[in-house]
Design a protein around this ligand. Structure first.
Ligand SMILES: *Cc1c(COP(=O)(O)O)cnc(C)c1O
Length: 389
């Protein structure tokens, strides 16, 4: 069976050139970048080159890039590092109800340590109102953390507008840009952010490597202590193969113009499914959304059952975030958007990627209506009694 992969928001395959670039650093080029000898210097040069590539992708300076073990660690470093370093200035943090768990659970742990966190609401499209951010900032607010685009519903936040407010009020602005870097143009100066999280495996790089952009002059404390690597902010011997792979993925992403192509396929899939399936709802914003994201709410059935049925037909999709796919709870993102719990549990996400073709989209448009009809026919949620009167 030729399988169709439509879960690129969960992870992407490493590009063959990425794999090629990494290989020598598992073998002959194994030196520790901190070593003074040839072996060390060879690795140091490769790390420096990769850092420059990642920086260039987001319009940053090399020294503003801190490599981490992934997007999760970048989020943890941003939240906890800013909280710890700015405690004398205040103990209040602002975020939203729809962040990735890497941000939400970092906030929960900071609350346990005595910080106060405001979780801003979103509207029915998943959008944060910049006015709400302005109103929430008070004496003692040290950080606003708002994701660039949501991983479940794809809604893109007005980060530049929010960052301008934060800057005017003297508060740091962090954005989790894991879903946008390498997919949409992202420039730290145009956005006006102080901190920005990225993850290589979401942009055709390897897993286990990410980075936090930290604007020069930002007061931040390390949360991993040791040998002083990454400007003292993230000790431990560098993951040289991972960093080199991330650098190559960043270099390749700069030359990619996937957004227009993907947005056309995305809209084709949305239209076909809305036409082919009754009582189907598009979750998220109709236009202010990631070019690769399709998230649909299906009345009367469970998203989990649909994902399993699709998998049996060779189509890989997801019920929302990969991290919550084993928890049968409704998505915190959809609930925050005001989607009723029963409809939130009936959601399915298709996330397209560089390899996605029109044929694949047509196949989904043909298979999904059949699956939904079969599951609805046996759904206890569907009331089949004739309408009274
Ligand atoms: C995938 C993802 C993360 C986590 O990144 P990892 O590299 O897997 O730790 C964080 N935030 C968002 C929005 C994501 O989509």
């Amino acid at each position: 069976m030729k399988r169709i992969y439509l879960d690129h928001a969960a992870t992407t395959p490493a590009h063959p050139e990425v794999v090629q670039a990494m290989l020598p650093f598992f073998g002959e080029s194994f030196g520790n970048p901190s070593s003074i000898h040839f072996f060390g210097q060879e690795s140091r040069a490769a790390v420096d080159e990769a850092r420059a590539m990642v920086a260039a992708l987001i319009g940053a300076q090399s020294e503003e890039i801190i490599f981490t073990s992934g997007g999760t660690e970048a989020d943890n470093l941003a939240l906890k590092g800013i909280a710890l370093a700015n405690r004398q200035r205040g103990n209040h943090i602002i975020t939203t109800a729809i962040e990735h768990h890497a941000v939400l659970r970092s906030c929960r742990s900071l609350e346990e340590a005595g910080f106060l966190v405001s979780y801003l609401p979103v509207d029915g499209y998943g959008l944060v109102d910049p006015d709400e951010v302005n109103k929430a900032i008070r004496l003692g607010t040290i950080l606003v953390s708002i994701m660039h685009a949501n991983n479940e519903v794809g809604t893109i936040q007005p980060v530049a507008e929010i960052a301008a407010i934060a800057r005017e009020r003297g508060v740091y602005l962090h954005t989790d840009a894991v879903q946008t870097v390498g997919h949409l143009p992202v420039d730290v100066d145009a956005l006006g952010v102080d901190l920005l999280s990225m993850s290589a495996h979401k942009l055709y790089g390897p897993k286990g490597i990410g980075a936090l952009y930290v604007r020069r002059g930002t007061r931040i404390a390390p949360f991993m202590h040791g040998g002083g690597q990454e400007r003292g902010l993230r000790a431990s011997t560098e993951n040289t193969p991972g960093i080199v792979g991330f650098g190559k993925a960043a270099e390749l992403a700069r030359g990619e113009a996937e957004a227009g192509h993907l947005a056309a396929l995305r809209d084709m899939l949305i239209q076909a499914l809305l036409q082919g399936i009754p009582q189907l709802h598009l979750n998220g914003h109709p236009s202010q959304r990631l070019p690769n994201n399709v998230n649909l709410g299906m009345e009367f059935i469970e998203g989990e059952a649909v994902a399993i049925s699709l998998d049996l037909e060779g189509i890989a999709a997801s019920t929302g975030s990969a991290c919550s796919s084993h928890e049968l709870e409704a998505s915190h993102v959809l609930l925050a958007m005001g989607v009723p719990a029963v409809l939130a549990r009936g959601s399915i996400r298709f996330s397209l990627g560089r390899s996605t073709t029109e044929d694949e989209v047509r196949r989904v448009a043909e298979v999904l209506p059949r699956i939904v009809a079969r599951l609805r026919a046996m759904s206890p949620l569907l009331d089949r009694r004739p309408a009274p009167g």
